[in-house]
Design a protein around this ligand. Structure first.
Ligand code: 9MR
Length: 717
């Protein structure tokens, strides 16, 4: 069983289209009319549309036909040039098939809202430079998992009324289950209670391999933050989960929702294949769209156990036993016992593969190479228990020394050896020092590979030109995790820079100027493929909530909409924000999990960048309310010691209210989240001074005032 990830990738990648016309200028650009006179036809300035960290890298990519270096200017909200320099011509960029130049304004350390980068007469969209830049995304990307919960009502008080819904798949008509689910014919003759867990993506399937890796990433995010002494931000009562205040870190509460489900998928003692995990549970046939989970009338079925699913369960449950122990020893014991049972069962059934053909009503998640899953599970069990049989399984695996454990295409649901290496490199264990040093070096070598690929590309993407496959954005975020861990192991700041720059890519510095995260950025994805967040198909349904990551460019064009709308696309441009394009624009737990990991990491303060706290207060006053509408005024006070120059105030409406117009500020709303940006004349708020503005909106019966506000990302009192 020698590692051959390239072969597997070859199977999973559809034919990559490397041909296509040169896409330059005018493809997609947005200009800031206040700061820039007019956009020239030959340039487009692509930035992280959310912004940059004051102490982080700040680079932009300019699409241009010019071969000469151009002047860039960074302008603040009042149009004053605060920094300038020259771009570096990069010529043809293979994945985007564009001619590009790079502007680097990392040396600028100011902060504020409403910056614009202007190059050759074109302006970027406005962006912030703020220490608090990622606070909102940390919370929203995690909240995605609560939204995806199966088997529990989604509570309006946590997500707003647009996103509230009844519990799905609890056996209440027309649902057929998941409280007592039969197997597919010949697989088993009993039923199993497999309620709970997260829906995988835009469909209502629940898949152990993908659930396992996503849970692992979420728990790993906490484990890493704890090592860094920064776990308080993911602690109890930090996220929007119903378990707030139970003494358990909220991120672990969310992970536990899936862990309980994964353990329910284990075949009971006394049955054939006891200890193995059923590969998946989903509808007997594909359902149409839109369809809220509680309205799904399809029969649900358990599909035959697989070695890959069993080892995924073993890995995630072994990690659970280690990380949950300080908070809930009984649960940790339950996880460890499930992990041990799964490991033993997988050893007894090492080649039970989920078939590629099993894709009616749900995805196949097929994988015929499970030696990497054996390695990952052994690594987790060894790091948790220190037992010699697991150590021997680690050191005896070809993956332990293979140079391809970290492939050019990152890790993923079918490629899990890297996860084992990350654990062995970071969690104290009994490997001999030389061996552990070798494992650690493999992490930094992988990160070096991503950094050099980024350096060679105009948009600084760690993915090769042939790596734009289904879920490429998850691949990018996964590569960032490897770079972040390399930074932890070495203290070398280049790795943090690389990890942060992948966030720039996901949030707009890319071939099509698209932020792939809903609610974040001027041109953000709004129509991701989802059966409930299906506003594009039914205007009474919501758009995806803020913080949902689209799968991203996929040169395989594996759905009818992509085939129709993207023929000839450059690999990095094979994306369309259409609900029908499930192969470029679906959401999925295994993509949002690395995004949440990365957002939590990016939101952490470095020693030099501690945020000001409690430097604002907000008075929200409902002025008028009638049967369907309301007006309200907001007064923002700067309670800090320094002037605010350019501001952005954010809040969430708790009961489905929608802003329809505003005065004295520019106001946009995505889902429940509202962003108000200053007008030109009230952009500066001196210490102790206030700025006021107003909104008019609709409500659906009740009109409670919002209670939590953030000014430039920082919570107001
Ligand atoms: O992420 C999966 C990708 O690697 C596969 O190529 C693709 C086709 O099998 O399936 C993707 O996963 C989907 C799953 O099969 C069903 N739920 C939605 C997932 C994301 O699109």
């Amino acid at each position: 069983m020698s590692p051959a990830p390239s072969l597997r990738r070859a199977r999973r990648l559809a034919a990559t289209l490397l041909t296509g016309s040169l896409l330059v200028g005018g493809l997609l650009t947005t200009t800031n009319a206040a700061a820039v006179t007019s956009a020239a036809a030959t340039t487009a300035v692509r930035v992280n549309q959310v912004g940059y960290l004051p102490d982080g890298p700040k680079r932009a990519t300019v699409v241009t036909t010019s071969t000469q270096s151009l002047t860039w200017q960074l302008r603040n909200a009042s149009g004053t040039v605060v920094a300038s320099g020259s771009t570096v011509p990069r010529g043809a960029d293979a994945p985007s098939e564009q001619s590009v130049q790079v502007a680097d304004f990392s040396a600028y350390r100011g902060s504020g809202s409403g910056y614009v980068l202007a190059v050759d007469g074109s302006g970027s969209v406005p962006f912030d430079i703020s220490t608090n830049l990622y606070d909102g995304l940390r919370s929203d990307a995690m909240a995605f998992f609560y939204h995806q919960r199966s088997g529990t009502p989604i509570d309006a008080s946590l997500v707003g009324s647009d996103y509230a819904r009844p519990a799905g798949h609890l056996g209440v008509a027309p649902n057929k289950g998941d409280t007592s689910v039969p197997c597919q014919a010949t697989v088993c003759d009993y039923t199993q209670d497999v309620r709970g867990g997260w829906y995988d993506a835009g469909d209502h399937g629940k898949y152990v391999v993908n659930g396992g890796i996503s849970t692992w990433l979420m728990v790993n995010s906490f484990e890493r933050a704890k090592r860094a002494g920064k776990d308080a931000a993911l602690g109890d009562s930090t996220l929007r989960v119903p378990e707030r205040g139970n003494g358990m870190p909220d991120v672990l509460d969310e992970a536990r929702w899936e862990l309980d489900f994964l353990m329910r998928m284990q075949v009971p003692e006394g049955k054939p294949y006891a200890g193995m995990a059923f590969h998946k549970i989903h509808d007997a046939a594909w359902t149409g769209m839109p369809l809220r989970p509680d309205q799904d009338a399809q029969p649900r079925e358990l599909h035959r156990p697989s070695t890959a699913a069993t080892l995924n369960l073993a890995a995630a449950a072994a990690q659970c036993a280690r990380v949950f122990r300080p908070y809930d020893a009984a649960f940790a014991d339950r996880c460890l016992s499930a992990a041990r049972r799964a490991w033993t069962a997988a050893q007894a059934n090492p080649a039970l593969y989920a078939p590629a053909s099993d894709s009616t009503g749900g995805g196949a998640y097929d994988d015929t190479q499970v030696s990497d899953e054996f390695y990952w599970a052994a690594a987790e069990l060894y790091a948790t228990t220190g037992e010699s049989n697991y150590r021997d399984a680690v050191t005896g695996s070809t993956w332990h020394t293979s140079s391809t454990a970290f492939s050019a295409y990152g890790f993923g649901w079918a490629d899990t050896a890297a996860l084992g290496r990350l654990t062995l490199a970071t969690v104290p264990n009994g490997l001999p020092t030389a061996d552990r040093d070798r494992v650690r070096s493999s992490v930094t070598a992988a990160a070096d590979g991503y950094l050099s690929r980024m350096a060679a590309q105009g948009y600084a993407v760690p993915v090769p030109a042939d790596g734009y496959f289904w879920g490429s954005n998850g691949e990018v975020a996964g590569d960032a995790i490897v770079m972040a861990v390399a930074g932890e192991l070495t203290g070398d700041g280049r790795y943090r820079t690389g990890a942060l720059e992948t966030m720039d890519y996901l949030l707009g510095r890319n071939a099509i100027g698209q932020s792939y995260v809903s609610g974040y950025g001027e041109t953000s994805s709004q129509n991701q493929h989802h059966r409930f967040w299906a506003h594009q198909l039914d205007s009474s349904l919501p758009q995806p909530p803020a913080g949902s990551l689209a799968g991203g460019p996929n040169s395989g064009l594996q759905d009818p909409v992509a085939k129709e709308k993207l023929p000839g696309c450059a690999p990095a441009a094979c994306y369309v924000d259409d609900i029908g394009s499930y192969s470029t624009n679906e959401v999925a737990v295994n993509w949002n999990a690395p995004l949440a990991w990365l957002a939590a990491y990016a939101a952490e303060r470095t020693t030099t960048g501690e945020p000001p706290t409690g430097t604002c207060s907000v008075a929200y006053k409902t002025e008028n309310v009638w049967s369907t509408g309301f007006t309200a005024t907001l007064t923002v006070k700067n309670t800090g010691p320094t002037a605010v120059d350019g501001w952005q105030l954010t809040w969430a409406y708790p009961a489905g209210q929608h802003v329809t117009s505003a005065w004295n500020a520019t106001v946009t709303q995505n889902g429940a989240t509202v962003i108000a940006r200053n007008a030109d004349w009230n952009r500066t708020i001196a210490p102790g001074a206030t700025a006021g503005f107003g909104v008019q909106g609709t409500h659906t019966g009740t009109n409670p005032a919002p209670t939590a506000f953030r000014l430039n990302g920082s919570a107001c009192t």
